[in-house]
Structures are given as C-alpha cells and as structure tokens.
Design a protein around this ligand. Sequence first.
Ligand SMILES: Nc1ncnc2c1ncn2[C@@H]1O[C@H](COP(=O)(O)OP(=O)(O)OP(=O)(O)O)[C@@H](O)[C@H]1O
Ligand SMILES: [Mg+2]
Length: 143
Amino acid sequence: MMKITHPIHGSYRLVGGDFANAGRASSELKSLLLSLGVSRSGAERAAVAAFEAEMNVIIHAAAGMLEYEINVGEINILANDMGPGIENIELAMQEGYSTAPDWVRDMGWGAGMGLSNMKKCSDRMRIDTVVGEGTTVEMKIYL
Ligand SMILES: Nc1ncnc2c1ncn2[C@@H]1O[C@H](COP(=O)(O)OP(=O)(O)OP(=O)(O)O)[C@@H](O)[C@H]1O
Ligand SMILES: [Mg+2]
C-alpha cells in the first residue's frame, strides 16, 4: 500500500547530449517509489518509462524537462523538450526505427526501442509534437 496522503511532484532539467547524467532522474524516481511502498513491478514500469523519456530528450533534443506527479495508485510522467520534433509518430513508434546518429549508436543507444518500450510500460501515453519546436510525451501508469 502506498504511503502517501497528498500528491508528490518532482521535476528534472534535462540537457541534450548530457550522457554523464543520463538515467539519474529515472533512478531517483524508482527509489522514491519503492520508499513509498509501491510494488517492485510498478516502480520498474515507471522507472523504465521515465528512463526512455529522459534518454529521448538527451539523445534527440537540445533541452527539456522530466516531471512527475505521484498520486495514490498512479503516476503521471511528462517529458517536454525543445528539439526537432517527430515528423511521423507512427513510424517513430515502430520497434527498430531510429534517427540517432552513429556516434550515439556507438555509445549503445539508438536501437529504436524507446517509444515502444514506453508504450508497453504505461497504461496511457500521448505524444504531442511540432516539427522544429519540440515534443511532449505524457504517460500514466497505474501502480
Ligand atoms: N523527444 C524526441 N524529439 C525528437 N525526436 C524523437 C524524440 N523521441 C523520439 N524521437 C524520434 O523517434 C525515434 C524513435 O525513438 P525511440 O525512443 O523509439 O528510439 P531511439 O531513441 O532512436 O533509440 P533507443 O530509444 O532504443 O535508444 C527516434 O530515433 C527519433 O527519430
Ligand atoms: Mg529512445
């Protein structure tokens, strides 16, 4: 049972290309959820969804934010960035599709699995994007 009596918010600033801090936001979120008594599987789904959203900002955008709100039984995660936007969401959602450059692939990222992984981990997911401006991804996960 979750040990909260009011919503818990958090937010992280994300910087494009900042691989040194990649995964920090999502791993802190996972620890927080576990400390609140969320099941391991719920905390893991939220952490993976947040991690992929965080990585997409770091890999594809100039800068952005990862925000979350935890309520009893659910978490909402919002990733918002200033970046190139997504031209074709349906294509981007396909497993294996990636526009990541070679130097990113050489670091082990860019398999084209992030968005589909986010979809699998979340109970609801919405992408809003404007080419040349940026992308917002909202996910709801029942814990
Ligand atoms: N925030 C974003 N801004 C701009 N383009 C994005 C963003 N997120 C995803 N995309 C586009 O959608 C494609 C697929 O994203 P996805 O997360 O599935 O794979 P990836 O990031 O390329 O690789 P992986 O997530 O496996 O490391 C990306 O290659 C990119 O073209
Ligand atoms: Mg990705």
